[in-house]
Design a protein around this ligand. Sequence first.
Ligand SMILES: *[C@@H]1O[C@H](CO)[C@@H](O)[C@H](O)[C@H]1NC(C)=O
Ligand SMILES: *[C@@H]1O[C@H](CO)[C@@H](O)[C@H](O)[C@H]1NC(C)=O
Length: 354
Amino acid sequence: MLRWRLWRLFWYVALLLSVLLIAMLCYTPSFHCLTQEPLENPRHRPVVVLIWLWPFNKTFELDLCSSLFNIHDCILTADRDFTDKADAVLIHHRDIAWDKSNLPQGPRPPHQKWIWMNFESPSNTVQIPGLDNLFNVSLSYRTDADISVPYGALVQAEDIEDFVPSKKDKLVCWIVSNYRLHHKRMQYYKELQKYVKVHVYGDLFERHVSKQEYKDIISSCKFYLSFENSVHKDYITEKLFNALDLGAVPIVFGPARKNYERFVPGDSFIHVDDFPSIRALAKHLFLLHHREALYLRYFRWRRHFHVMTTFFPGENACRACEYLQQNRQYQVLKDLYQWFWDTSEGLDLPLSFY
Ligand SMILES: *[C@@H]1O[C@H](CO)[C@@H](O)[C@H](O)[C@H]1NC(C)=O
Ligand SMILES: *[C@@H]1O[C@H](CO)[C@@H](O)[C@H](O)[C@H]1NC(C)=O
């Protein structure tokens, strides 16, 4: 009788121990217990991002996240048969119709996130009604976006030989396609033109500038006007990064110097606000023109960094995918207007010297 009881006790203990063991394994991240759906593990399947409309109606290579940006397990597709299966739908603000009729219709799968993508500045982005509480994540150049992708970046490089700028036959250049008299940058340009010859190119001047001409022009100038079309926090575009890359010293007009210095070293550019007047700026340019050693100081950063320009929109889509792999929580973009079009900062900076 006693032996029988002991035997039963033994089985109870054994059962208890095995339950405990299974429970422990379930809580250990490296094991998967039976009740856990493999789908819930982000590593188990690629993230599918549906490109709903081609940004600016231009197609791009979809098979690039892995090869170009080292971001794996991403499937970018433009095939709308994936509307119900995609983890995310990427929607470029520019291409949304006023009545949203060209957005996905029908119920949204519960896990699916809609990504609001916009790389224009608030001044150049129309406020389409009905966008609050529609999207889940923001993808923008803004550093406070959910997915923040700047127009370019300087990345650490191995020590590089001293940079020798290519031969220059012009002092100041500007390539401008969006030439609007009301843009504040026009006032700076016109004022500067009084003191220095500015070589201007673009649709309204000579003619359309091809990609190769664009590079040749910028690299043959000592200074390049990296003038943004509007002044907004973080709105620092390829105009800056291309000049840095091609070896012209950028003269920037845009947000405050401090904002630029979040992206590039302070000694890599000249800010129009660095001088009490445009005349003083012009004087400084002539000084640098005649004192080569001073001019070359603007290239010292090149010993430590090289320029990466963002490959829009393919890279942006890959970065979105990477974000989704790491952020699986539910989220809603509640106050898109208040956030993006917030005018409390920097919209209309007064001209300091008029
Ligand atoms: C987009 O491009 C395609 C092909 O180039 C063209 O047929 C279509 O009309 C364009 N759509 C818009 C909205 O511009
Ligand atoms: C995405 O946003 C919508 C609209 O606000 C919301 O209903 C949905 O739950 C969100 N989905 C995710 C996966 O965050």
